[in-house]
Design a protein around this ligand. Sequence first.
Ligand code: FES
Ligand code: MG
Length: 576
Amino acid sequence: MSEHPHGIARGLTDYGDRDFSIYLRRSFAQSMGYSREMLKRPVVGIAYTPSGFNNCHRHFPELLEAVKRGVLAAGGLPLEFPTVSLGEVFLSPTSLRYRNLMAMDTEEMIRAQPMDSVVLMGGCDKTVPAQLMGAVSADLPAIQLIGGPMMTGRHKGERLGACTDCRRFWAKYRAGDVDAEEIDVIEGRLATTAGTCAVMGTASTMACIAEALGMTLPGTAAIPAVHADRLRAAEATGAAAVRLIGSDLTPKRIVTAQSVENALRVLMALSGSTNAVIHLAAIAGRAGIPLDLDRLNAISDTTPVLVNLKPVGAHYMEDFHSAGGMGAVLRELRPLLHLDTLTVTGETLRERLDADQDGYVDHAIIAARESPLEPDGGLVALFGSLAPRGAILKRAAADARLFETEGRAVVFSSLADLAARIDDPALDVREDDILVLQNAGPHSASGMPEAGYLPIPRKLAAKGVKDMIRISDARMSGTAFGTIVLHVTPDAASGGPLALVQDGDPIRLSVAGRRIDLLVEADELARRRALLPPPPPAPERGYARLYAEQTLDADEGCDFRFLKPPAATGVAGAER
Ligand code: FES
Ligand code: MG
């Protein structure tokens, strides 16, 4: 029996008799019907995440076939393994809460099982960040395969794409412009194919970020889920995973301070999802790289918005793909990018872009850098007395008339309070007020839901009010829009200043000054702090307890403290 450091015998615990251990493992592997020849091949693990609770991954069986074909043809043995899968809309209290569970599962199964490289198959919002977090920590050669976006549907001649249009039609229904019968019909037409949400929401943004980081094959982030090119990308990804075997091109060499800056550039040029700031902080954090929100602002101020996709623009992901996709975006951004970063094929980004010089671009969907949609980036970080460690505003999705304002706070102390009172005709609220939601951050029992898109109070919506300043420690769906200040850090549940806001307090927003300030005297705030109720008792057991004990703030990506590399904990987001 030969030494076999790779393949199925990798990582054996031999209890003193190595040959016996190899013999035993091979005999069990043979019970799956593999020949001895096949079992001599190096192994490509495939983190495989279909689930009856994940509509976005429903095409994964077919995609898996294509990955395996690529691995086999390139001389590897493909072995898929299940991990936690997160279908965005089927998880309670939030999908974010389980992202770290999926990241732990991915990391540990990569490490525990005998594989020489790994293909990460992900798509829905939290799955790609979870897989990248786990893969960076496991640090085995890895390549991300994106599941791809849905195609659009049709309703009365109009294109529909989840989930910006979900919200648009719901708002019409709430305003009485669409009746109950029609909203039922629309419900069946919003999400009609396999794949992730059809706009530049969190899933699409993270797919593009994975490509910008260098963790996918070039040009593969935006291919629609049901397109034949998606299957070809899967086959090519399988082959690339075989080429990675034995190399030292691990995710920690690809996810670097420079590639994270490239990802931030891309995020800005896309006007991508605010959630991506949290996920990128978590992924970078696993490599020991803090995500500095001042740097985010500097990048935002020097990156034009190029991509005209909903929810900010007009088009859908299938249009983005045919317009040139990420290749076109990266070529347009080229002078702003760090070009020496490594990608998963072993090429530098410069080499990747050089190889792709005459790619097609449809400038109606991906603008030229010289004539951008906006001169500066879609997201900004705000700081101030209300958010000492930062908050995020998607200015590209906001109403610029509200950017320099002072208003009166109308405060909701929790999600339940919001639900109970927002549509109350007696609610004391005017359109120039600022809606504030407390206790919806990472340390709250609600687990930082996408509740930051507070509805416009019904009595104002009925008068035609479409946008108001809304502030919270929650997140917002990547498919939503409005003048919405999110991720206020520290959050209310951990005693941040947001917890101290009361009805009628003046709050000042200055997007130009990157400020969000609570204009209340310090001694009054100290008086209120002394009266804050004690935090509710921590959950007694299980994952909820782990989460309560370990979760970090939004500026550290809401990762778990014990999952970050030891030296990196606590360095991100300096107090000011
Ligand atoms: Fe999966 Fe939107 S629900 S990407
Ligand atoms: Mg989403």
